[in-house]
Ligand binder design. Structure first.
Ligand code: SF4
Length: 367
């Protein structure tokens, strides 16, 4: 079956510097990368590597692991060497963990120098070690963590407070000549995320990591993330994304891919064009769409499948898709590349779609 056609309209990407997180380029026109964070205890190497394998299979490009303890820091070399994708160490406060992460070969470190400076000012040494290792640093300012002086100045975690805080954090590295930086300014409110990133994009040329932090359970979180990412990526702002859903990291990665594919920034994998149903419905469309989605989960080629509940819009949408079914009278009319090839009983619809997807192009005989 043919690949879905490319999106007709694409945003021009904002020009940024480019850095490399291991093998993955970020910014400077590179494809927008997808990242997530493991939820395992990092020191549990097997569990962490298992989860990294799962998110990699789902299409994750870069994975971040939290390093809150010395035990976690000690396990980084094993994780880095076995991970199929670049690993970023996420560190707060402890400079010794930053050095351990760089020594372990982590592709990048997420650390805010403001936190380091407060307790043990080794920002210059970190800049030097990161330069030698070629490891970029990600500055991350969330709604809960702007610099207290800027929070007091702005009265709340406003877009201005987030951006000023992030640029101040960058300046602590810049004064040591280190500029291999990317920045995230995150908030749970998508409109604040949009305003903050627009402002940040106007004030620097560092690559930007987009995220709606603490976006909520999967359904709400995916929508909030999509709202913010669509507005920003539609303007060309954003170089790497994370969907911070309260859900399995695999779901975060899948949501991020759907968002990028919807914006024409990633090739589509599986797209189900299914109708919402109405009073004309002649089949349980919700169940049928879910069964088709499950049957094609992991299908290796891009595919658009129309699953339609009656003959009003069914044939039209089915003709536009790679595969389609238009239901009515207990039957499903099966379309392949715009042609009706079979009509089958309703209970045979899903299996027939799978058979047709696996049939070599051109060998289905029309009805
Ligand atoms: Fe209603 Fe038919 Fe449209 Fe589905 S395809 S929403 S059943 S008119």
């Amino acid at each position: 079956l043919p690949a879905a056609p490319p999106a007709q309209v694409r945003a021009r990407r904002r020009r940024t510097r480019q850095l490399r997180v291991g093998t993955v380029p970020v910014g400077g026109g590179a494809p927008v990368s997808v990242q997530t964070m493991t939820t395992t205890n990092t020191a549990d190497v097997d569990a962490t590597l298992r989860q990294i394998a799962e998110v990699t299979a789902a299409g994750c490009d870069i994975v971040r692991v939290a390093v809150p303890s010395a035990d976690d820091a000690r396990t980084l070399p094993k994780i880095v060497v076995k991970s199929p994708i670049p690993v970023i160490a996420d560190i707060h406060f402890q400079p010794r963990h930053v050095f351990a992460a760089i020594d372990a070969g982590c592709a990048a470190v997420r650390v805010n120098p403001g936190n380091i400076k407060k307790f043990d000012d080794r920002v210059g040494e970190i800049a030097e070690a990161a330069t030698v290792a070629g490891a970029p640093i990600r500055i991350g300012v969330n709604a809960g963590s702007p610099d207290p002086r800027l929070l007091a100045k702005h009265g709340a975690a406003t877009p201005e407070a987030l951006v000023e805080s992030a640029l101040w954090e960058c300046s602590l590295f810049e004064e040591h000549g280190f500029t291999d930086l990317k920045i995230a300014v995150k908030h749970h409110d998508p409109m604040t995320v949009i305003a903050a990133n627009r402002l940040l994009a106007s004030r620097c040329d560092y690559p930007l990591h987009l995220g709606v932090t603490e976006a909520g359970p999967a359904f709400q979180g995916a929508i909030k993330s999509a709202v913010a990412f669509a507005a920003l990526l539609g303007e060309g702002i954003g170089d790497t994304i994370r969907g911070s859903l309260s859900a399995d990291p695999v779901e975060q990665v899948k949501a991020a891919h759907h968002i990028l594919a919807s914006l024409g920034l990633r090739p589509r994998k599986l797209e189900i064009v299914s109708c919402p149903g109405c009073g004309r419905l002649q089949v349980d469309i919700h169940q049928l769409a879910a069964r088709v989605e499950a049957a094609f989960d992991g299908f290796p080629h891009p595919l658009r499948i129309a699953v339609m509940g009656c003959v009003v819009n069914g044939p039209g949408e089915s003709r536009e898709a790679d595969l389609g079914v238009s239901c009515g009278n207990g039957k499903g009319q099966i379309f392949v590349r715009g042609r009706v090839v079979r009509t089958v009983a309703e209970h045979r619809v899903v299996d027939t779609l799978v058979e047709e997807a696996l049939t070599p192009a051109g060998s289905s005989a029309p009805d």
